[in-house]
Design a protein around this ligand. Structure first.
Ligand code: BTN
Length: 325
């Protein structure tokens, strides 16, 4: 549960990190009693914030945890809508499931569901998504665009561009996208995106964009079968990274791209997506439920569908497949 008082206290303390703020000043800012300030400061300490208290001076913040709690994510978040309501749970089956329930019960656009650990994380095609505690980002974002349901797959590609740009900006790494939803770093999977829909026949009610980011895992965190194909941003960067910085940047990039998409359509996003895509122009094999198609990946359509040209020159439209490079 988000506490408005704790949010106000943290925002005031973070805005002036070098200064002490008196108990009374904090009580005035948060609109509560000094006793309540003390109680909320204790709660923040339990969350991992390091708050110094000096008699006659007051409080100041000198450290914050590498957590992805609502309190942590709200500090310095520069979005207007995305992540303005955050539902955090330490351990959850799947953030995707929670987001579906919240969306069905009227959660506002931009609601973020995020957890420190998932015990039943789900990937595409109902595969398991390994989500170990405190190492990665396991989040689901609820959007409510006024659009027909056919547009929903484009949101996977918008999210992929947002994630690539966020990783670039926060880590300096150069990720690539493997259609439709894998983000690779040095050729290994570091992020997956799962877009799901609640819709009426002619209009989207909610899009739930699930994003799983491997941030600080080391080799041992991955199960045996993933060791050769999965990686984390931290493993490639060679240092531990701030999960909250990455989430904030994803929300900021996603908001900017979502606004661009609603104003100008899919074309500008498509161009960005293609510039990050690993497979365009390369020979690939698409394994679909109707068999395999081999050929050169030529690009994506305005709907986000992959186009492959086979050796006879025929162009195939791929809606769902596993891609081998
Ligand atoms: C894939 O590559 O198959 C997509 C993986 C998506 C994983 C994320 S983690 C947060 C959200 N909750 C889930 O259970 N799945 C998505």
């Amino acid at each position: 549960m988000q506490s408005v008082i704790r949010e106000k206290l943290l925002s005031a303390l973070s805005d002036s990190p070098d200064d002490f703020l008196s108990g009374q000043a904090l009580a005035d800012i948060a609109g509560c009693s000094r006793a309540a300030v003390w109680k909320h400061i204790e709660e923040l300490r339990k969350e991992g914030f390091v708050l110094e208290a000096v008699r006659k001076k007051g409080y100041r913040i000198i450290g914050s945890p590498d957590s992805v709690t609502a309190n942590k994510l709200k500090i310095g978040l520069k979005t207007k809508t995305l992540g303005q309501y955050i539902h955090y749970e330490e351990t959850v089956g799947s953030t995707q499931k929670v987001a579906h329930e919240l969306a069905a019960n009227g959660a506002p656009e931009g609601t973020l569901v995020i957890a420190d650990e998932q015990t039943d994380g789900r990937g595409r095609l109902m595969r398991e998504w390994h989500s170990s505690k405190g190492t990665g980002v396991w989040m689901s974002l609820i959007l409510k665009p006024l659009l027909p349901p056919q547009k929903a797959p484009q949101f996977t590609l918008i999210a992929a561009v947002a994630v690539v740009q966020a990783i670039q900006e926060t880590t300096g790494l150069e990720p690539q996208i493997k259609w439709p939803n894998d983000i690779l770093i040095n050729g290994k999977k570091a992020t997956g995106i799962l877009t799901e829909l609640q819709a009426e026949p002619d209009k989207i009610s909610s899009i739930i964009i699930g994003i799983g980011m491997n941030v600080n895992q080391t080799q041992e965190h991955f199960p045996d079968e993933l060791q050769s194909i999965a990686t984390s941003y931290g493993m490639v960067a060679g240092r531990s990274l701030s999960r909250s910085d990455i989430v904030q940047k994803v929300l900021e990039r996603m908001e900017a791209l979502y606004e661009l998409y609603m104003a100008k359509g899919f074309t500008p996003i498509k161009l960005m997506w293609e510039s990050y895509a690993v497979s365009i122009g390369k020979r690939i094999t698409a394994r679909t439920i109707n068999g395999s198609i081999e050929g050169y990946a030529r690009g994506i359509t305005e709907e986000g569908v992959l186009q492959i040209e086979d050796d006879t020159g025929q162009l195939h439209h791929i809606y769902s497949a596993d891609i081998e490079l």
